[in-house]
Design a protein around this ligand. Structure first.
Ligand code: ATP
Ligand code: MG
Length: 188
């Protein structure tokens, strides 16, 4: 089976996330894309990230439309989410013949050198790096990288949060996610 890890804050998940995942699944024949929201640091009220359970529920709602998409709670409760640990957990849950790709946007991949155990992360998996307007990245020596350049989506969660807060219409959310946000009065 061909799997991909797709991690993020998903605060909130938006239509670029699912388009990126669908495009990667189509192009690289992935059977499964694991959407893994990052954990919330416990006992840290200063952290402005939306609580994990809300972000996870929105990921579930957005994943409902594609049978290849699977919400994952692998990072629940973790103070810091390290991709190094997440990859190890996914590998432990897979069988030896399974392939594991790491799906990531160009902006995030550009910073991978600063990650916890970066050198090991870079050699542990093959990367699918998706273009994002305004972001370029070097390919570190030894990394196995597949460039996915067929998308150029300007959508971001930060811009969506700004629009929600100022009461502007938002078209980049899945309808069920927008309903959830309204129902729970998030981002205002
Ligand atoms: P924020 O603005 O809060 O950083 P975001 O839109 O970047 O939110 P994240 O949860 O940070 O969303 O991103 C999760 C993953 O999805 C990252 O690998 C990121 O690069 C990728 N991603 C998000 N939006 C896009 C996009 N428009 N095009 C390509 N990749 C994207
Ligand atoms: Mg981001």
């Amino acid at each position: 089976m061909r799997n991909a890890i797709f991690g993020g804050t998903f605060d909130p998940i938006h239509t670029a996330h699912t388009r990126v995942a669908a495009e990667a699944a189509d192009t690289f024949h992935l059977d499964r894309v694991l959407f893994i929201p990052s954990g919330n640091p416990p006992h840290k009220p200063s952290d402005s990230t939306t609580p994990y359970e809300h972000r996870y529920r929105m990921v579930e709602l957005a994943c409902a439309g594609d049978s290849r998409f699977e919400p994952s709670r692998l990072e629940v409760g973790t103070a810091r989410s390290y991709s190094f640990d997440t990859i190890a957990k996914v590998r432990a849950a897979c069988s030896t013949s399974d392939e594991i790709f790491f799906l990531i946007g160009a902006d995030a991949f550009a910073e991978i050198g600063t990650w916890h155990r970066a050198a090991e992360v870079l050699t542990a998996v093959e990367f699918i790096v998706v273009s994002r307007p305004g972001y370029d990245y070097p390919i570190p020596a030894g990394a196995r990288v597949h460039r996915l350049e067929t998308l150029a989506l300007v959508i971001s969660s930060s811009e969506i949060r700004r629009k929600l807060d100022s009461g502007e219409p938002v078209e980049e959310l899945h309808p069920a996610v927008l309903c959830y946000i309204r129902e729970h009065q998030l981002y205002r």
